[in-house]
Design a protein around this ligand. Structure first.
Ligand SMILES: [Zn+2]
Length: 257
């Protein structure tokens, strides 16, 4: 990777991302999507990560990154005061003149760069349609595997693709029609019957999902909130590298959850 020859302005980068990631599609997202913290006017190196936290910001600062794009940002539902952990995180960013850009639900939903579209692609599932309503909009996708397979075979595909160890519940179906909603998207299982889904994959385990899945006879797979949500930021990172010829680094901070 090489450093950009032509300086990229923060303004140009933010405007490109706002449009490309279709932020206006999600006016009711609790996350303040877009530029959350303004750093320097010129961007020379970009970092992408799942979570906005001190570890990520320190790593960014040590790597001379001046723009960090995350899936889970710092500002949820507005700021009433700046203190405690938020103060520490803000200080880490502002002290190093690093900008922070967050993209939450639009980056779950995005048909190309989103976590769920990327998940289907990675798992060689042909996308059929949107699925999984959340705050009035479907943010997941469902699709078909090229052949019917056992849950065991499908799980080994998932685990090797995501480099994770999924937790699953077999409710008797072969795998063919798969619905995916990354992260904490378990409640999308309510839509499984409607779309004829036999296997539902999400990130974080949920007790409530179990009984629903059992009654609907839908296989349940929990592959980790973190590991299902690294895909979107990485895809956007690759896009930015290609578009602007700028160096992009994935800042890995796995939670194992
Ligand atoms: Zn998430």
């Amino acid at each position: 990777m090489t450093r950009s020859a032509n300086p990229l302005s923060l303004e140009r980068l933010v405007s490109f991302l706002d449009t490309e990631l279709a932020l206006p599609e999600f006016p009711h997202d609790e996350s303040s999507n877009g530029l959350q913290v303004e750093g320097g006017a010129i961007v020379r190196k970009i970092g992408v990560a799942v979570d906005a936290c001190e570890f990520v910001f320190e790593k960014a600062s040590a790597a001379n990154i001046d723009f960090v794009l995350v899936h889970h940002g710092l500002i949820w539902g507005g700021i009433k005061s700046v203190g405690g952990i938020l103060k520490k995180r803000m200080k880490a960013l502002l002290g190093a003149d690093i900008s922070l850009y967050a993209c939450h639900l639009p980056l779950d939903w995005h048909p190309v760069y989103g976590n769920n579209a990327q998940l289907l692609k990675l798992l060689s599932i042909r996308k059929v349609g949107e699925f999984g309503e959340y705050h009035g909009k479907r943010i997941g996708y469902w699709g078909r595997t090229s052949r019917e397979m056992s849950l065991k075979d499908f799980l080994s595909r998932v685990d090797s693709a995501l480099k994770t160890k999924s937790f699953s519940m077999d409710f008797g179906n072969k795998v063919k029609n798969v619905g995916v909603v990354s992260g904490g998207g378990w409640s999308a299982i309510h839509d499984a019957e409607k779309y004829g889904i036999d296997t539902f994959l999400t990130g974080e385990p949920s007790h409530s999902a179990y009984v629903l899945a059992e009654e609907m006879r839908v296989n349940l797979i929990f592959s980790g909130h973190y590991s299902t949500e690294t895909l979107g930021v990485k895809a956007v990172g690759a896009l930015l590298q290609k578009k602007f010829g700028i160096e992009v680094e994935f800042i890995d901070h796995p939670t194992g959850l």
